[in-house]
Design a protein around this ligand. Structure first.
Ligand SMILES: [Fe+2]
Length: 185
């Protein structure tokens, strides 16, 4: 598996009029190849899912490698577009939220293992956390240029909503990681 092959597959899916479905089909086709994808993306270092881990972006699709080390938990956040995760290694718990009367409400949770795919609609917020002793590494696909889309995040302690700001996000992530569990309003 070469990076350009991954990019070609998802760039094409992004041109589809049903891009989320097309990207899901590509992710399903890759579920048995997670080791090869992880190997191909090994050159991308760093943790979290920030701009440095983006390896392709266009107006319709963003691809990034996300690595959450042991003990790392995100604050609740949205992606500004649909988002799908293919877990490559480790184990990652996702807590899902929906808006109700302007507040976030827990809507469910899903624990991903290598080969699991988690699809999220644009309005879905989530918390991702590494569970287990090895980093949770995933291929994340977003239905737009994630660095330019308006996104939201929530203070994990007060559940106050904010526009996504990376400096504040990091503070929230540290607070979220110290908590016993993801917020469950
Ligand atoms: Fe996310």
């Amino acid at each position: 598996m070469k990076v350009h092959e991954l990019v070609a597959r998802f760039a094409k899916a992004g041109e589809s009029s049903a891009a989320m479905t097309a990207a899901r089909a590509e992710l399903d086709a890759l579920r048995g190849d997670v080791g090869a994808i992880e190997q191909a993306l090994r050159y991308i270092s760093g943790t979290g899912g920030n701009a440095r881990q983006v390896f392709y972006r266009s107006p319709t699709i963003t691809l990034l490698k996300v690595c959450f080390p042991n003990g790392r938990r995100t604050p609740p956040h949205t992606h500004g577009a649909w988002a799908q995760i293919l877990l490559l290694s480790g184990e990652e718990k996702n807590t899902l939220y929906r808006r109700e009367n302007g507040r976030l409400r827990k809507a469910g949770e899903m624990t991903l293992k290598p080969g699991s795919v988690l699809p999220m609609l644009a309005e879905t917020a989530h918390v991702a956390e590494c569970i287990g002793n090895v980093p949770a590494i995933g291929l994340h696909v977003y239905g737009g240029d994630v660095l330019n889309l308006p996104r939201q995040m929530w203070n994990p302690e007060t559940m106050e909503e904010h526009a996504l700001d990376w400096t504040l996000y990091e503070k929230f992530a540290q607070a979220a990681s110290k908590a016993a569990s993801a917020p469950a309003p």
